[in-house]
Design a protein around this ligand. Structure first.
Ligand code: GDP
Length: 168
């Protein structure tokens, strides 16, 4: 089975890097984005089923609604990401969540909240309390990740894939 996952959030929170890390096992500091929507695949085995995650990267087109909307429409699972060091990206979480929900026609798809760049906790622009409050309010599970240090990335996608398989 194939599961389309979209990763949304403000620019520079680490969405492209997360996909590269998860699917290719690499971290490149100045990863050059391709223009246009691209995807990478990751095969997984979940509850004795073969699952192919298709990770869509909306590379730098966060603000081009018409383009990204079409991709959100086909999403079966979603990561809403923000960066530990970027308060505006945290404040934009609800907006991103709503965009995806609106395009998925109200059918609720598995979604998780990802706080990336936890290796930069010393430069944190958010408190744990406010992150937890937001997660609770949005009813989303939080994963604190570092793409750079490869912390918790696999767990994010494993959780989404399990949720998806369990719900169908
Ligand atoms: P996108 O615009 O959301 O796709 O963000 P990118 O993947 O292009 O990442 C933006 C910048 O943040 C790049 O310079 C990445 O190398 C860097 N970055 C991504 N994840 C991490 C992380 O976990 N820790 C640190 N320190 N830098 C990161």
């Amino acid at each position: 089975m194939q599961v389309v996952v979209v990763i949304v959030g403000n620019g520079a929170v680490g969405k492209s890097s997360m996909i590269q890390r998860y699917c290719r096992g690499v971290f490149t500091k100045g990863y050059k984005k391709t223009i246009g929507v691209d995807f990478l695949e990751k095969p997984l085995r979940i509850l004795s089923q073969d699952v192919r995650l298709m990770l869509w990267d909306t590379a730098g087109q966060e603000e081009f609604d018409a383009i990204t909307k079409a991709y959100y429409r086909g999403a079966q699972a979603c990561v809403v990401a923000f960066s530990t060091t970027d308060r505006a990206s945290f404040q934009a979480v609800k907006k991103w969540r709503k965009k995806v929900e609106d395009e998925c026609g109200g059918s609720s798809i598995p979604m998780v909240l990802v706080q990336n760049k936890i290796d930069l906790m010393h430069q944190s622009a958010v408190t744990n309390e406010e992150v937890e409050a937001l997660a609770q309010e949005c009813n989303m599970r939080i994963y604190r990740t570092s793409v750079k240090e490869d912390i918790n990335i696999c767990n994010v996608f494993q959780h989404l894939a399990e949720n998806y398989v369990n719900q169908i």
